[in-house]
Design a protein around this ligand. Sequence first.
Ligand code: PRT
Ligand code: ZN
Length: 287
Amino acid sequence: MNMEKLRIAIQKSGRLSEKSVSILKEAGISVTNGARKLLSVSGSYPLEILYLRDDDIPQYVKDKVADIGIVGENVYSEKGSGINIIDRLGFSRCRLSLAIPKQESYSGPEYFEGRKIATSYPVILKQFLDEKGISAEIHEISGSVEVAPGIGLADGIFDIVSSGSTLISNGLKEVEVVMHSEAVIIGREHLPDSKQAILDDLLFRIRSVLAATNNKYILLNAPNEQLEKIIDLIPGMKSPTVMPLAESGWSSVHSVLSEDQFWQIIGELRALGAQGILVIPIEKMIV
Ligand code: PRT
Ligand code: ZN
């Protein structure tokens, strides 16, 4: 029997930890919570889970201590040279932006020429400045970047923004969005065949979990004369199931609808005379 295991590194505690653990659990892989451990072994799947600070994960993957990892794309872009994004996970979305004191007037990236910018992401920032032909002083700090202008440490900052409220409460305004980020699975090329097979199966499971979260099962009653238009709106995975209702002139339509289009399509369905619309969460969706 092949006892080879795949090793995944996930964040020990922070914004990515809970979702990383829950995506594995939903993929049918039992995982203990990383609070007190460095390494745990799944009882139900050939997977070892290494719990680390997110910033350390790319290096562990490069050093082959972990085969794959889950990090924010921002951390991958900063520290992941030589390794790849294997898949995007769609959670922990944020952006990396430049911000300056709100009273300053901003004309464009040339604002930063000769100025000092505080950041925890010097690699990504330098690449942006080089592309724009701007030379600025990059001051690397590891936390509380947003206070730097207020204490005279820098003229502007380059940091993660989500709602923007941290910037506002520090008297700053966002002036350039340099990159968008979401959680990603990272890994090396060329895993041994036995590990690659586990990874392929793991990715298949994770994609099924993500597809299920992003889609809803929908059932509705449609007047037959509008059936064609209604079917066009909800094409489903292959095509919708249509069954006659006991009452003549009406059909029951079952299909799958993606979360992003959901409210708009529901409105259009109602306008076409659809009734008794039921929307049901999908547990897994095999894509
Ligand atoms: O301890 P460890 O090093 O593992 O964790 P960490 O403190 O470095 O990272 P953590 O847990 O804060 O974030 C992990 C990842 O979550 C980041 O690398 C991003 O990919 C992602 N993410 C998503 C965020 C945010 N949203 C976010 N809002 N990371 C940080 N923030 C910070 C942001 O810097 C700001 O200071 O949250 C603050 C609030 O943001 P606003 O704009 O909503 O006010
Ligand atoms: Zn970190």
